[in-house]
Design a protein around this ligand. Sequence first.
Ligand code: URA
Length: 189
Amino acid sequence: MMDWLELERACLSCQKCALADTRHNVVFGVGARDAEVMFIGEGPGENEDLQGEPFVGRAGKLLDDMLELIDLDRTKNVYIANIVKCRPPQNRDPLNTEQDACIGYLRNQVALIRPKIIVCLGRIAAMRLIKPDFKISKEHGQWFEKAGVHMTAILHPAAILRDPRRRPETFEDLKKLQAKIREVCTHTY
Ligand code: URA
C-alpha cells in the first residue's frame, strides 16, 4: 500500500490505460483525508477533466446541495472520488478494462481513509463496489455491509438532473444516510 504522497504521484503520472492519452488532468479526489464518509462516482466528465476535481459541473453543484442538506461539505467532512480517475471520451461509461486498471488506486484511497460509510453515486459505482448485479432503480437507499464498511448507493446527480421526478426518492435516501451517520460515525457531525 502507498502513502498519500506516493499514491497521488503514481496517479498523476499513470499510463495504465488509454484514457491517459486523452485526459487533461487526472482527477485524484477531493475532501477530508480523515473523513468517515466517502462518495464515489463513476468517472470525470468534461469540467472535472479540465479542472482536476471531481463533481465540479452542473451535477457537482447538485451533489454539493445534496450534501449540504444533511450537513456534509466536501471541504470539511467527506471525501469524494471516482471509479476511474481519467475522463472517458464523450462521457461514455468507463470500460471494464479501464475500471480494472484504475480500481487499485481507489482501493488504496479507501485503505488510507478507512471510512465507516461508502456512498456509491449511480449504477456504475454500485455495480463495481457493492455487487455486479446491483439494480440502481430498485436497490438505491438499501444498506449493505462489506468488510465492516456500511455501503449504499443513491441516484447519480446527473440522473436526477435528467429526470427531476426522482428527487423525492433521493431525499429519502439522504435522510437514511444522515441517520446511519449518526449511528456509526464519531466525528462527522
Ligand atoms: N460524474 C461522475 O461520476 N464523477 C464526476 O467526478 C463528475 C461527474
